[in-house]
Design a protein around this ligand. Structure first.
Ligand code: SAM
Ligand code: DTB
Ligand code: SF4
Length: 333
């Protein structure tokens, strides 16, 4: 049985991927004067990345709605009257057609999401074909399918899946207020299974669900203090879905959002930090501050899984205003 405390907070032994911080240290950093915090985050960022390039991923919902889980933020949970129409797993050929379009529009990573608690073994052949097909187009592949068994993770790894997205969403303390059909520990178990299969880990969370600053710091420490921190860390701003449990959640203070990005950059210096859901509600100025604080990845395209995302034109204009360029794929080893 996993000891959560060790993973979650205060584990001080370092690994070669990231420094280790205690809860007290993380608090002190988060509460630095804003300019000092941003200067420090940007300095760390420049040690590991070109500060003017941003990685671009494209999402596709390969199986939408009707999900058995009760995640309070989600449009796809069958527990809430969100009005979303459920659909079956998409045909492989359709997925590949969409992936080709995403590649032509500049995305280098294709992320396929399914509204499942976990995949059924009968779905594995189709999922493997999707991974192989997208890879053959020369894109990185990512999937987010819920909890995985070791055998499922191994099959996806063999098919060449580059990343698996599985968010811890919030702190261990706040988690049961948002989701009751699975536990924080279940999430950490799947992350361990994915890591053991040799797939790169994408794990992050959501801000704006009514959590405290402490919850946000604690969530980031859990991620940073994993045996190996996630290669990719999506930070989502809640998109309040009408009908969901969090339909009326109060919006996050934008300065607090930027502080959280900066802390994530300092705690996980070499991870890609993705400014994920919620960009349609953010001004260009706020996004610019997030990039300055160390965010260096976004989802592109008009839709995320079910919700809106700024379209290509808006993002192209933003990139021009900030003289940002898309991050190229590193040549395969
Ligand atoms: N069913 C799979 C799972 O839960 O792992 C994969 C899909 S799920 C939609 C992926 C992630 O999207 C969630 O873990 C959550 O962090 C994020 N997400 C979902 N709905 C959101 C919303 N309304 N606003 C912000 N982030 C959201
Ligand atoms: C993540 O952290 N954000 C993405 C991706 N991982 C799968 C999903 C955002 C979903 C936003 C709500 C929607 O489109 O339904
Ligand atoms: Fe289902 Fe994932 Fe939505 Fe939770 S976040 S309800 S598991 S699709």
């Amino acid at each position: 049985m996993r000891k959560l405390g060790k993973n979650a907070q205060g584990a001080r032994e370092s690994n070669n991927r990231s420094p280790r911080f205690s809860l007290d240290e993380a608090h002190i950093i988060y509460n630095l004067p804003f300019n000092d915090l941003l200067f420090r985050a940007q300095s760390v960022h420049r040690m590991h990345f070109d500060p003017n390039t941003v990685q671009m991923s494209r999402l596709l919902s390969i199986k939408t709605g009707g999900c058995a889980e009760d995640c309070g933020y989600c449009s796809q949970s069958a527990h809430y009257p969100t009005g979303l129409k459920a659909s079956k797993l998409m045909e492989v050929e359709r997925v590949l057609t969409e992936a080709r379009k995403a590649k032509d529009a500049g995305a280098t990573r294709y992320c396929m999401g399914a509204a499942w608690r976990s995949p059924k073994d009968r779905d594995m052949d189709a999922l493997v074909a999707m991974v192989e097909g997208v890879r053959a187009l020369g894109m990185e592949t990512c999937m987010t399918l819920g909890m995985l068994t070791e055998a499922q993770a191994d099959r996806l790894a063999e098919a060449g899946l580059d990343y698996y997205n599985h968010n811890i969403d919030t702190s261990e303390r706040f988690y049961p207020e948002i989701i009751t059909t699975r536990s924080f520990e279940d999430r950490l178990d799947t992350l361990e299974t994915v890591r053991a299969a040799g797939i790169k880990v994408c794990a992050g969370g959501i801000l704006g669900m009514g959590e405290t600053t402490e919850d946000r710091i604690s969530m980031l420490l859990t991620l940073a203090n994993l045996p190996v921190p996630p290669e990719s860390v999506p930070i989502n701003q809640l998109i309040a879905i009408p009908g969901s449990k969090l339909a009326n959640a109060a919006p996050v203070d934008p300065i607090d959002f930027v502080r959280t990005i900066a802390l994530a950059r300092i705690l996980m210096p070499t991870s890609h930090l993705r400014l994920s859901a919620g960009r349609t509600e953010m001004s260009d100025e706020m996004q610019a501050l997030c990039f300055f604080a160390g965010a260096n990845s976004i989802f592109v395209g008009d839709t995320l899984l079910t919700a809106d995302n700024p379209g290509e034109d808006h993002d192209a204009a933003l990139f021009r205003r900030l003289a940002l360029s898309p991050m190229m794929l590193e040549p395969a080893e």
